[in-house]
Design a protein. Structure first.
Length: 107
């Protein structure tokens, strides 16, 4: 089970964007693309066949998963993620929880 998934609210804990918050847009193995974080400017050549204009464009670059922590809305701080087994209707499921208060994530 992945500890951070698409749609989670995260806080950057290391790097040039330390302290910024954003939502996970995409997970790429051990890297994440977070909305509004790690934005860089790149020069782009025009491509008339695809209808792409040239110029300087801003794009979001991937961030290492170790440089972010999940945001806990109750404590308003970054938190660690744990996994807990929960039994419901005779079925055992794994759910993600916040380590600080034991609350379930995404309920």
């Amino acid at each position: 089970m992945k500890k951070i998934i698409k749609g989670d609210q995260v806080v950057v804990i290391a790097g040039k964007d330390k302290g910024k918050q954003g939502q996970v847009i995409r997970v790429l193995g051990d890297k994440l693309i977070v909305d509004g974080v790690n934005v860089v400017r790149r020069h782009q050549k025009p491509n008339p066949m695809r209808g792409v204009e040239g110029g300087i464009v801003e794009k979001m670059m991937p961030l290492s998963i170790s440089n972010v922590a999940i945001f806990n809305p109750e404590s308003k701080k970054a938190d660690r993620v744990g996994v807990k087994l929960v039994e419901s209707e005779g079925e055992v499921k794994r759910v993600r929880i916040f380590k600080s208060n034991g609350a379930q994530i995404g309920v």
